[in-house]
Design a binder for this molecule. Sequence first.
Ligand SMILES: [Zn+2]
Length: 75
Amino acid sequence: MATMAQLRREARAAAEARGHALGKFPSVPAWAAAMGGSSTAECDTCGAWVQVIAKPAPNEIGIGGSAVAVNCRKA
Ligand SMILES: [Zn+2]
């Protein structure tokens, strides 16, 4: 299973591939990640967001959000 740190790296790479300047993910306590916690970061340029879920349900995905779906709107 992917760890939260792995998911964050993948989410960051996916967002940056779309031109986003992703800000920091806030730290999530290990116990929260173990409970299936999620964490969200936003693009500093356009405000698009990406969310990672440590233990996605069968109908969820581990990485989602507008920052991995659309390219950055650069000024
Ligand atoms: Zn952006």
